[in-house]
Design a protein around this ligand. Structure first.
Ligand code: ATP
Ligand code: F6P
Ligand code: MG
Length: 542
């Protein structure tokens, strides 16, 4: 990292004016860095960089280094507030931490987004490594933190709340932590509750969120007014894609008002559809819990002649839970997800495959993600086109629909008598407490979030990238959605495990529809041939 400079001397940097210049930015063989930012006039960036107060200009903070190194950095108080005092990190006097060699993260540490490289590959995009810094921008007594949970439930929410409270308290001596009840609208429509290590001690053993949650109700101005009125200066916002977009809006307003308030996102989504990060907390728990439903479906199916078990799992736009639960189980004969169009009738269709499997095995199990086959249903049933309070499309029950279609088909064709059992465990899966590995993951996410806020970073989501905790700028989290890539190896592994048809027959959509996304994270095990091109494409499309 030695060659990458985030300089605090203006003369050593070159400022570029917009994202699209990325494609032409000179990057290689330079000792000084090329810094592209428009956060504020004269902003140079980086921890402790000198800064001047000015109207914020909401552009990404990108730093170039040698050999195609790109750091997509996160905002810092010093980008828009001048002359802030700093303090030694209290962790240096904490016996648990002070003995750890190199406990503080080096200012230049960053984590690559892509770890599979070729010998001539450019170094590509990096994110700032999370962790404690030597200097902090808050005194312990000064901090008044708030925590809010928004969107749908997910295993691990309570663990994150607990670890935020305990992390703030035990690591940084922060005594004032408020819980915002009932999601975003709780900022302006509800009272707050005091959270202490004692009051949150056992909550990780419970499902749901002790703070409550909601959809809709995001009013940026009212929320920031409430933050200001209550004297809150660190806000921890736990939620999915919608929530993180809301967090970005709050951050922008906070910065517009010039407030020293750290706005920190912690990504939550049982669907695992948040981009950039390896996976979201609660996902492992969901996959594990889904096994119980799949087992039950299998037991039912194999106990009768021509038994079919259908299990619906969550996944509104992304079929990760269905895919991983299928791969984990090995009892599943067919997995249907939103990303992989399928059809029912005719050669290569689902009915033909079901008949074949029943003849071979006498029973079968189908796992279907809730967002799969919505177009097929819409053809036959009138689409409701309704939305929830956050604007998410309300889906029809694909599990019920497909079960009925299968029953009708065999009743009509009279080829064989079947017995079908449909299991919908979706809300049972979502409501359980997180498992051991998710609990560890939640702890790391929460502690990383706290370290970043104390160090003056803001406007970021705390997330795992290639197994390392990082700070990711909101715009990267909010620009798209993570999908299963059906042209990627992981889906191929699933197809070879279930032996199901790929449904890529005549009736399938053309290839352009299918190959629109490339995987970006390790979970997908993608093999990107030219990451830099992709980064350029993504950044220029913002
Ligand atoms: N574009 C947006 N700008 C501001 N706020 C938003 C935006 N989208 C959603 N929100 C707010 O974020 C909160 C949560 O959104 P949503 O209900 O979509 O859940 P989510 O965070 O996406 O979680 P999940 O989908 O995993 O359940 C809601 O209060 C909603 O009003
Ligand atoms: O019934 P609710 O609370 O709107 O949640 C349902 C949705 O929430 C999710 O679990 C995402 O949090 C989706 O998989 C699902 O479609
Ligand atoms: Mg969402």
């Amino acid at each position: 990292m030695g060659s990458v400079t985030v300089s605090n001397k203006k003369s050593q940097t070159t400022s570029l004016n917009n994202y699209n210049n990325l494609a032409t930015a000179p990057v290689a063989n330079k000792t000084e860095s090329v810094t592209m930012n428009n956060y504020c006039n004269g902003w140079i960036g980086g921890e402790g960089a000198s800064a001047m107060t000015s109207a914020p200009n909401l552009k990404p903070k990108i730093v170039y280094g040698t050999a195609g190194y790109i750091l997509e950095d996160v905002p810092h108080f010093t980008d828009y507030i001048s002359d802030l005092p700093t303090y030694p990190n209290p962790l240096q006097d904490n016996p648990a931490y002070s003995v750890v060699k190199q406990y503080f993260v080096h200012v230049d540490d960053s984590v690559p987004q892509k770890v599979v490289v070729h010998k001539d590959s450019e170094r590509g995009v990096h994110f700032r490594r999370a962790g404690p810094r030597q200097k902090v921008y808050f005194e312990s007594d000064e901090v008044k933190a708030a925590i809010v949970t928004c969107g749908g439930l997910c295993p691990g929410l309570n663990t994150v709340i607990r670890e935020l409270v305990c992390g703030l308290h035990h690591m940084y001596g922060v005594k004032r932590v408020l819980g915002i009840e009932g999601g975003y609208r709780g900022f302006y429509a509800r009272n707050t509750i005091n959270l202490t290590p004692k009051s949150v001690n056992d909550i990780h053993k419970r499902g749901g969120t002790v703070l409550g949650t909601s959809r809709g109700g995001h009013d940026t101005n009212k929320i920031v007014d409430s933050i200001q009125d209550r004297g809150i200066n660190q806000v921890y916002i736990i939620g999915g894609d919608g929530t993180q977009r809301g967090a970005a809006a709050i951050f922008e307003e906070v910065r517009r008002r010039g407030l020293k308030v750290a706005v920190v996102g912690i990504p939550k989504t049982i669907d695992n559809d948040i981009p950039v990060i390896d996976k979201s907390f609660g996902f492992d728990t969901a996959v594990e819990e889904a096994q119980r439903a799949i087992n039950a479906a299998h037991v039912e199916a194999e106990s009768v002649e021509n038994g079919i078990g259908v299990v619906k799992l969550m996944g509104r736009y992304s079929g990760f839970i269905a895919m991983y639960a299928t791969l984990a189980s090995r009892d599943v004969d067919c997995c249907l997800i939103p990303e992989s169009p399928f059809y029912l009738e005719g050669p290569g269709g689902l009915f033909e495959y079901i008949e074949k499997r029943l003849k071979e095995n006498g029973h079968m199990v189908i796992v279907i993600a809730e967002g799969a086959g919505q177009e097929l249903m819409s053809e036959k049933m009138q689409t409701m086109n309704k939305q929830d309070a956050s604007g998410n499309k309300l889906l029809q029950d694909v599990g019920l629909w497909i079960s009925q279609e299968i029953k009708d088909h065999f009743a009509r064709e009279k080829t064989m008598a079947i017995t079908l059992k449909y299991i919908d465990p979706t809300y049972m899966i979502r409501a359980i407490p997180s498992n051991a590995s998710d609990n560890v993951y939640c702890t790391l996410l929460a502690q990383s979030a706290v370290h970043g806020a104390m160090a003056g970073y803001t406007g970021y989501t705390s997330g795992l990238v290639n197994g390392r905790q990082t700070y990711i700028p909101f715009y990267r989290i909010n620009e798209n959605r993570n999908h299963v890539v059906i042209t990627d190896r992981m889906w191929a592994r699933l197809l070879s495990s279930t032996n199901q048809p790929s449904f890529l027959g005549d009736k399938c959509h053309n290839e352009d529809d299918i190959e629109e996304e490339e995987p970006l994270n390790q979970l997908l095990d993608g093999d990107l041939s030219d990451d830099t091109l992709k980064v350029k494409k993504e950044i220029s499309s913002i």
